[in-house]
Design a protein around this ligand. Sequence first.
Ligand SMILES: Cc1ncc(COP(=O)(O)O)c(C=O)c1O
Length: 413
Amino acid sequence: MAHKGFARTDELFARAGRVVPGGIYGHQTPRMLVPGSYPYFFERGQGARVWDVDGNEYVDYMCSYGPIVLGHGNPAVEEAAERQRRKGSCFNGPTPLWVELAEHLVELTPWAAWAGFGKNGSDVCTWAIEIAREHTRRKKIVKAEGAYHGTHSWCTPLPAGTTPEDTANVVSFRYNDLADLGRVLDEHRGDVAGIILTPFRHDAFHDQELPVEGFLAGVRRVADEHGAVLILDDVRAGFRLHLGGSGELFGVRPDLTCYCKALANGYALSACLGRESLRKAAERVFFTGSYFTSGVEMAAALACLKELAVGNGVATMKRMGTMLREGMEAQARSHATLVRSSGPPAIPFLSFVADEGSFERSRVFCTECIQRGVYFHPHHNWFLSAAHTETDIRRTLEATDEAFAAVRRRFGS
Ligand SMILES: Cc1ncc(COP(=O)(O)O)c(C=O)c1O
């Protein structure tokens, strides 16, 4: 079906610009996409498809930047949420689901003894570094250069509104470089409270990098040697690669882990899980919010995790992601175009070698896909959901074949 354009998106964005700073801010700001070539506002979603406000339908490979792991409007999740909604959600204390969900997460996670809940990934990443500081009575947090852990002032990628003091106790090392981590730990010997890192490198505007052989085991070893708490930020990857946490796939068991995006299939909820040894510190660090105990999101999370397990969602995402990746790689070859696939199949990304980091071809490619009803992102990793089917992938590959041809016409091979 021919693309209907973006008249309503443009009208809404013009109105938003008058009453909202920047119209749409954060990672969903049009500046991060290809301005004028993407829809900015959405009307609805079903399974692996979304519809923008102009009535255009897309196969969705962003899944709301991760939260939609079972597909939009998953019936088991929506029914569980609706059952709780009828009883109420926000009370003077939590519902029994607070306990049930914590028990379920601890059961899923071989090394964890407790779980606490927030609303966003930023909430729990900040809580985790505070728990590490409280436990060790040390100041420094070590993170990978360029890694995103949220918007809070200790880690925001854009310094506007922060002071140098906010990041004075945060030091960086290069992901996948154990020697560099060793250097940082030696430099701050006796002062490092925690090391926070993602299970693989998935920074925006970069190809993704899986951990090289021995890297995560090495991080575990040096964290122990230096008495630092190892925090796995599994906010983006959690529950797409392994239900026990992405560390299980890569063979590392952290001391704290942070979840958010895929936890409740689109309902606002995050969690931090920890080892028994960190329970006392977690009790002491003040952590709360107006909606931290709300029940509807917890009902959704329990249903989401159970549905992922029963339906073998992780395996489906891997299979569909592999079909997509292999299909696109074969097409690139047939168009004599060099591309780089990166990341695990459930969280894939593809870039053009000739772009050399400019993402010029990626922007043309993704714009051509949008015109053909497929929603990819030019400079941020993509996401599969358990609702993607072979029909979706085949439909996608029809669009990508034409998009590769368009890139070739524009740039040559
Ligand atoms: C790895 C990682 N950590 C933390 C965050 C912050 O999560 P939130 O945006 O829910 O605050 C994100 C969000 O994209 C993330 O990808």
